[in-house]
Design a protein around this ligand. Structure first.
Ligand code: ARG
Length: 442
């Protein structure tokens, strides 16, 4: 029974939140006259002492005391007797644990938000440095149109800003205090739930005591926000893995973010990126685990809910690692501008620019321009050149009205510069957007 029942092995991670909650609860009990001021002072002083012992690593955790709540309360009572036993008046472990998990998730959100912003800042730094560094843009991982390295970095800034927004939404919704819901129906003691809510930084107390102890949708939301963010980091990591292969050679990572092989002396493996990609699985697993625990639970609390914690802790800690590693990699990454320029021009990447030129200059309907361009690509391919390598005569063999002017749109620089619509890849846009982000993140 003890082996399956005890949660102290993992829920001790919430000791700070548990003590914070008990301090607020005790202050309220004294305020409304349920306990005396002397009892409250004894509780406060001894909880501070317990916090110091835990911090110092010499707190005697006891499996037999089941969980963090009982471990702390038992030590408190050992020290101050009756006063310690009065702390749990008008409270149950059900609202206590609901409170602790909320506080823990709220703290985790605050930490992760700062880390997401750090990754965003690192991406913006690269975007500013490489606003005009051309590189291939892909669809289907096939060469599509030239873009810039800076534009590519800013795409991830947008994704991460939405991840940050999702965490903020989650924080806003979870920010209600369950304390005072007690076991499930509230308490007959004249507790002041508004006071404890205020003291703990909540916007208000929860409105329904059953919901307060039975709900963990805030944890599921948090895990979804983490899983989505992990997915974005994983896509980025996948690109780093591809880009650092010698076949691509788009970016270099220093020894700080690569490892060697124990047998192949030439290796530079992008382990950090691979692990960011690989760790996404456990974050997604935590989300599915949480939803699965909740899906069959009748009101109100059930011990199943003790299973909410490990996934949440692991996901948050995994995100901390992955965000730190990603920030490090982004700052470490050295794009190879010459290689990127060469790759950007390959694969007839300015074919769309040619078709657009035919539309603009010859007033050709786009579908016809698409066909003519297709034939010109085939010609260039047969000749073993790129589009700019065709002579004017060869171009005119497909479309007699083509003039010398067409060569002006076939370079990758012209291509990216022309895409100056809002949100487009043009270096001037990238510079403006990067500056905007830098200011917003300052
Ligand atoms: N360790 C428990 C949990 O994590 C605390 C709440 C226990 N409540 C109870 N009625 N047994 O859920």
């Amino acid at each position: 029974m003890q082996d399956i029942n005890a949660s102290i092995g993992f829920d001790r991670k919430m000791w700070r939140q548990d003590i914070r909650g008990s301090l607020a609860h005790a202050a309220m009990l004294a305020h409304v006259g349920i306990i005396t001021a002397e009892d409250e002072r004894a509780i406060r002083e001894w909880l501070a002492g317990i916090a110091a012992r835990i911090e110092a690593g010499d707190f005697p955790w006891d499996e037999a005391l089941e969980d963090i709540h009982m471990n702390i309360e038992a030590r408190l009572t050992e020290a101050i007797g009756e006063a310690g036993k009065r702390l749990h008046t008008g409270r149950s472990r059900n609202d206590q644990v609901a409170l602790d998990v909320r506080l823990w998730v709220r703290d985790a959100i605050d930490g992760l938000t700062g880390q997401i912003e750090d990754v965003m800042r690192a991406l913006v730094e690269q975007a500013e440095a490489h606003a005009a560094t051309v590189m291939p843009g892909f669809t289907h991982l096939q060469p599509a149109q030239p873009t810039t390295f800076g534009h590519h970095m800013l795409a991830y800034v947008e994704m991460l800003s939405r991840d940050r927004g999702r965490l903020a939404d989650c924080r806003r919704r979870l920010n209600e205090s369950p304390l005072g819901a007690a076991a499930l129906c509230g308490t007959g003691f004249p507790v002041d739930r508004h006071m404890t809510a205020r003291d703990l930084g909540f916007d208000q107390p929860t409105r329904n005591s059953l919901d307060a102890v039975a709900s963990r949708d805030f944890a599921a939301e948090f895990l979804f926000a983490c899983a989505m963010c992990a997915t974005h980091l994983s896509r980025f990591a996948e690109e780093v893995v591809i880009w650092t292969t010698p076949y691509f050679g788009f970016v270099k990572l220093s020894d700080a973010f690569t490892t060697g092989s124990s047998i192949m002396p030439q290796k530079r493996n992008p382990d950090a990126a691979e692990l960011v990609r690989g760790k996404t699985g456990r974050v997604m697993g935590a989300l599915i685990g949480m939803l699965t625990v909740l899906k069959g639970l009748p009101m109100a609390y059930g011990k199943d809910m003790q299973e909410d914690k490990e996934g949440v802790f692991d996901a948050a800690e995994t995100m901390t690692l992955c965000l730190a590693a990603t920030a490090g990699m982004v700052r470490d990454m050295q794009p190879d501008a010459a290689r990127l320029r060469e790759a950007a021009g390959a694969g007839f990447s300015t074919a769309t620019d040619l078709a657009d030129w035919l539309v603009r200059e010859l007033r050709m309907p786009f579908r016809d321009a698409h066909h003519v361009t297709g034939r010109l690509v085939a010609r260039a391919e047969a000749k073993g050149s790129d589009l700019a390598g065709l002579s004017l005569a060869e171009m005119q063999a497909e479309e007699p009205r083509i003039t010398e002017g067409v060569f002006g749109v076939l370079t990758v620089e012209a291509s990216v510069a022309s895409r100056a619509c809002y949100g487009g890849t043009a270096p001037e846009n990238v510079r403006r957007m990067a500056a905007e982000w830098r200011e917003r993140l300052a």
